[in-house]
Write a protein that binds this ligand. Structure first.
Ligand code: DGJ
Length: 741
């Protein structure tokens, strides 16, 4: 097996294609090899080997995705494909890397096309490949037409995360319609006991962790309406019943880097092969390629861990901070912010915002963000979206007076925008009613009284870029909260020929990425939050262009524990914004202490969203202390390794998380109690991930450890003996910090 490119920095795949050639730099690329004798390819990263080979029929078969093999292990060549029966032919029962709809395929195709003749049969065979230190590009070609497909592979050495995408290239002399296209098909080892973990949700209830056995048939996770969505998130993790738990056992996991409509199908075919196919959602999809045109898919990132669900998410988090996020491998730490939304809603004005900013500054807040209501005729959610000029009644001095006061108080200034939307009651809509996504002559269904601008149109794309660019040029704005408060309806593009209208599904998202990239290019210090009425647009595609995400509008600190736990399975706490808001909270009318609210929010990126005009002196003192404490642990919380010690799922009365810094010199433990009863004993919590030899001193941020707890002990002591934190009552919380002495 030839091995090239070890430990070399490289650029991975061009993820977005076309307008946004967003090459994600891998920290260092894995070992990449090809054995010409067996025609087997392999990629080796930390703890992972991925291999595939070309069989005697020219098909590309999957050979291994799992734990590491020795570099000199010879993999057997791909076996000769054979039919299972007259109904189940070879292409449907062989684990293939990428399979087109053709030759009687009955499983989920990776690609389905139509030719002008009406032929919809495509049979891809291996053509050639290029092997570089950056990865593998393998080309396939249809058996009788000039249709080519490129499969791209690269792997991040440190995390073993594999990046896969595909490109279809129409070199025929006529158009070719792509009806379905995935980034990849990935095959798991044959097995009967798989369980699929995935995330579902809805507004104010995102990040619900689900698990179901993988039985014969298909499990379909998807979004149909032009955005990532919160009904399903494009992430999954597959374990084995009885073998996989939080700390142990194999986990195959993956996430699609795409913020438009997507689908991930997990199948178990008739002979029991489990496979994942992930890419554009074929529902309502059609992308016509002219001769010479290509369509590229987003990247599907796939990983493997032997250390259970916890190990899988730690790999995913490390990969996000070292490869995906802006500024990777050293993305900037998230500042403590204040946000005005829950304090004032649309009733923002210069005097009121300055009063809040002055109070926020005394707490140690680093960034003051004015939310919705500052522009156009925006006094409620019925008007103004699209008119990105400052409302002169609310801000007679423009934004200048507020921003200079915020800056004078030592904070950065951030602003809410929702650039992809328009209210029918706006100057923009009155001038350009044709700019929205719509079907000619059909109703334009509103969501939150707004319509979606057709960002796929170049004039709309340019308008959005220009309005935001002007805003950023004219004002000292460090941060945009980029909101998106509805999904699509009537997905038409009337200015295009009917057969090209569905290009909307791809071109809209590409233009969104292009605008974000261009704004960042023109304003290199700008940071952006991805928000979609909460967590409706969190995925690895948007995370490449935004610094943080708003996971949910639900700010109830108890509800959040479960959502944050679900979120952390796929995404890192270091991008997850969490605000401290009012008690009782608006969602459940639940009352909790200020300390409980702080500790819940401190598990992610801390923000404050309460109306500070309602706070007393004691609240200010508590908040000031905890903001300062947060700053002392933020590097650990935002960049460290997360261990979910006690799960809040399934009606658990308790939960606990531990984050250990990359150097293992600091660890932070948060623990929460829903309700104590029957004078229950306090459990010992055993920590994980510490340096067993190092001596750690423990101190409490909130709450106290049991009286006989040593002040200093070894990592081994904290991991094997544990620590007891007595909590009694309802909605109690405590936090400890362990520092190496
Ligand atoms: C939805 C967001 O999730 C909220 O935080 C807030 O920004 C509102 N939109 C404003 O309309």
């Amino acid at each position: 097996m030839g091995v090239t490119g070890l430990s070399r920095r490289a650029a991975c795949l061009s993820v977005m294609g076309g307008l946004v050639a967003a090459a994600l730099p891998m920290r260092s690329t894995a070992s990449v090899g090809f054995d010409p004798a067996s025609r087997v390819f392999r990629l080796d990263g930390e703890g992972v080997t991925y291999a595939f080979g070309i069989d005697s029929a020219g098909q590309v078969q999957s050979l291994h995705w799992g734990g590491p093999l020795a570099l000199d292990d010879q993999l057997a060549p791909a076996p000769k494909p054979s039919d299972y029966s007259g109904f189940d032919r070879a292409n449907s029962v062989t684990p293939l890397e990428f399979v087109a709809f053709g030759g009687g395929l009955v499983t989920e195709p990776s690609l389905k096309v139509a030719f002008p003749s009406g032929v919809r049969d495509l049979v891809l065979k291996y053509l050639d490949h290029t092997l570089t230190s950056e990865g593998i590009t393998l080309r396939m070609k249809d058996i009788s037409t000039e249709v080519y497909v490129e499969l791209r592979y690269s792997m991040d050495k440190a995390t073993g995360l594999l990046a896969r995408s595909a490109v279809v290239d129409n070199r025929t002399k006529a158009w070719l319609r792509v009806d379905q296209m995935a980034a990849a098909t990935l095959n798991l080892p044959f097995g009967e006991d798989y369980e699929v973990n995935y995330l579902t949700g809805r507004w104010a209830a995102e990040w619900t962790l689900q698990k179901r056995p993988l039985e014969a048939g298909a499990t379909v996770l998807e979004s149909r309406l032009g955005m990532t969505g919160s009904q399903n998130n494009p992430w999954l993790a597959i374990g084995r019943a009885g073998l996989t738990d939080e700390d142990n056992g194999p986990v195959w996991f993956g996430a699609l880097a795409w913020s438009g409509a997507w689908r991930i199908t997990v199948e178990k075919d008739i002979v029991g092969h489990p496979r994942i196919t992930a890419g554009y959602n074929p529902f309502d999809f059609a992308y016509r390629l002219k001769p010479g045109e290509r369509l590229e898919t987003p990247v599907f990132y796939a990983g493997f861990s032997h250390d259970g669900m916890g190990g899988a998410s730690r790999r995913m988090h490390r990969f996000q901070r070292s490869v995906i996020l802006p500024g990777a491998p050293e993305p900037k730490l998230r500042p403590v912010l204040y946000n005005s939304w829950e304090a004032t809603e649309f009733a923002v004005n210069e005097v009121g915002q300055i009063a809040l900013a002055e109070k926020a500054a005394t707490l140690g807040v680093e960034r003051f963000v004015m939310d919705d209501g500052w522009f156009g005729k925006r006094n409620n959610d019925h008007a103004g979206l699209g008119d990105w000029t400052v409302n002169p009644e609310k801000f007679p001095n423009g934004l200048e007076a507020l921003i200079s006061r915020v800056r004078g108080l030592g904070m950065e200034f951030g602003l809410w925008v929702e650039p992809e939307m328009v209210n029918p009651d706006s100057q923009l809509y009155r001038a350009h009613p044709d700019w929205v996504i719509n079907f000619k002559g059909r109703p334009r269904t509103e969501g939150r009284n707004q319509l979606v601008l057709n960002l796929a149109r170049s004039d709309v794309r340019d308008y959005v870029l220009k309005s935001l660019d002007l805003l950023l040029r004219d004002n000292d704005i460090a941060f945009l909260k980029w909101d998106h408060n509805r999904s699509w309806s009537e997905p038409g593009w009337p200015e295009r020929a009917p057969e090209d209208q569905q290009k909307l599904y791809v071109d809209y998202t590409k233009n969104l990425y292009w605008i974000l990239a261009e704004l960042r290019r023109r304003h290199p210090k700008l940071e952006i939050e991805s928000c979609a009425g909460g967590g409706g647009r969190v995925d690895l595609g948007i995370m490449h262009l935004t610094d943080q995400v708003w996971p949910t509008d639900n700010t109830d600190p108890f509800d959040r524990l479960k959502m944050q736990d679900g979120f952390s399975h796929a995404y890192m706490p270091g991008v997850m914004m969490a605000w401290v808001t009012a008690s009782p909270n608006w969602v459940n009318k639940r009352a909790t202490s200020l300390e409980y609210r702080f500790l819940s929010a401190m598990q992610g990126c801390l923000g404050i969203g309460d109306n500070l005009n309602h706070w007393g002196q004691e609240d200010f003192a508590t908040a000031k202390r905890l903001v300062a404490e947060y700053k002392s642990i933020r590097q650990t919380v935002q960049r460290g390794d997360l261990y979910r010690l006690i799960s809040p799922q399934g009606g658990s009365e308790r939960s606990a998380t531990l984050t250990v810094s990359e150097t293992k010199r600091q660890a932070v433990l948060f623990t929460f109690l829903h309700s104590s009863s029957t004078f229950d004993a306090t459990p010992l919590i055993q920590l994980q991930g510490l340096d067993p030899q190092a001596r750690y001193a423990v101190r409490s941020l909130v709450g106290a450890v049991e009286a006989d707890t040593p002040k200093i002990a070894s990592g081994s002591y904290w991991m094997h003996h544990g620590v007891r934190i007595p909590l009694r009552g309802d909605f109690q919380a405590a936090a400890l910090v362990l520092d190496v002495v």
